[in-house]
Design a protein around this ligand. Structure first.
Ligand SMILES: [Zn+2]
Length: 304
């Protein structure tokens, strides 16, 4: 199994008041430094190209992100989304990791985890938001379709926040199935069950206070059967770990064992339909210890 990351992803510095910090990625990489991950094939993420980004983003959006390189300090794009000197480069590497991971698993098979930031799933076709600049998982899905000719790419998103950006980008693209569990009400206030795209969007809200039981019942009952029925040729994962009970940004009550559980189920679907091909990319997770233990559980389950 491959692990994609890049030192540039530590140079995106939104500032001390921002929960989406370089310390998150340091915690993830430290957790993956353990002996049990010694067999991971560690690969430096390349940059996404303009062509990769333009498959899902407008030229104006791509230009705006790449042109925002303040010499010092930060530039605020919205209430939550801030860029520093190193942010554009980090965003290119984060999206590029996902593209390279798709190429690797389509070429040689297997699985990959992209330990990158900024995260991506809130970025829409024309807008950065919610800590996200480019939509990494969407860039990966579009690449799998355009470059590898896939007809069925599934994106499973278990971040506690709704992946509104991914939904926005693929709402009329039936070759992509987007399946999301998330807390409602919560930022970004989308993800109702009646938001269905062209039948390719499956939103499954959870309520504040829900935990392991409700999460597993939802995936077992409604979401995993949809994924199975779609028979994805490639499974992408928006892997956010902020539904953990210790996360400061939300009110669900998952533990790291729940992330192992969902990952095993997703892995089984990839084995059944996609020759085992999975590309998972880091989204949220804001309690550093919870993030580290949850990523370790997720990557362990992918490696099994
Ligand atoms: Zn999140």
């Amino acid at each position: 199994m491959r692990l994609y990351t890049h030192a540039s992803c530590l140079q995106h510095e939104p500032g001390p008041d921002q929960p989406e910090s370089p310390a998150r990625l340091r915690a993830v990489l430290q957790a993956l430094d353990h002996d049990r991950f010694a067999t991971l094939d560690r690969i430096e993420a390349p940059r996404a190209t303009r062509e990769h980004l333009l498959r899902v983003h407008t030229p104006a959006h791509v230009d705006r992100i790449l042109a925002t390189v303040p010499d010092s300090g930060t530039v605020r794009l919205d209430e939550d989304t801030v860029m520093s000197h190193g942010s554009a480069e980090a965003a290119l590497r984060a999206a590029g990791a996902a593209v390279a991971a798709v190429d690797a698993v389509m070429g040689q098979g297997g699985k990959a985890f992209c330990a990158v930031r900024p995260p991506g799933h809130h970025a829409t076709h024309d807008k950065a938001m919610g800590f996200c600049l480019f939509n990494n998982v969407a860039v990966a899905a579009a690449h799998a379709i355009a470059e590898h000719g896939l007809k069925r790419v599934a994106i499973a998103d278990f971040d506690v926040h709704h992946g509104n950006g991914t939904q926005d980008i693929f709402a009329r693209e039936s070759r992509v199935l987007f399946i999301s569990s998330h807390q409602m009400p919560l930022y970004p206030d989308s993800g109702r069950e009646d938001e269905r795209g062209v039948g390719n969007i499956v939103n499954a809200p959870l309520s504040p206070g829900d935990g392991s039981y409700e999460f597993r019942e939802l995936w077992d009952g409604a979401l995993l059967p949809r994924l199975h029925a779609f028979k994805p040729q490639l499974l992408l994962v928006s892997a956010g770990f902020d539904a953990h009970r210790n996360d400061p940004l939300a009110d669900l009550r998952l533990g790291s064992e729940d992330y192992a559980w969902i990952t095993e189920r997703l892995r089984d679907i990839a084995e059944a339909h996609a020759h085992g091909r999975v590309v998972s990319t880091l989204e949220g997770g804001y309690n550093l210890l919870a993030l580290a233990t949850s990523v370790a559980a997720h990557v362990s389950a992918l490696m099994d």
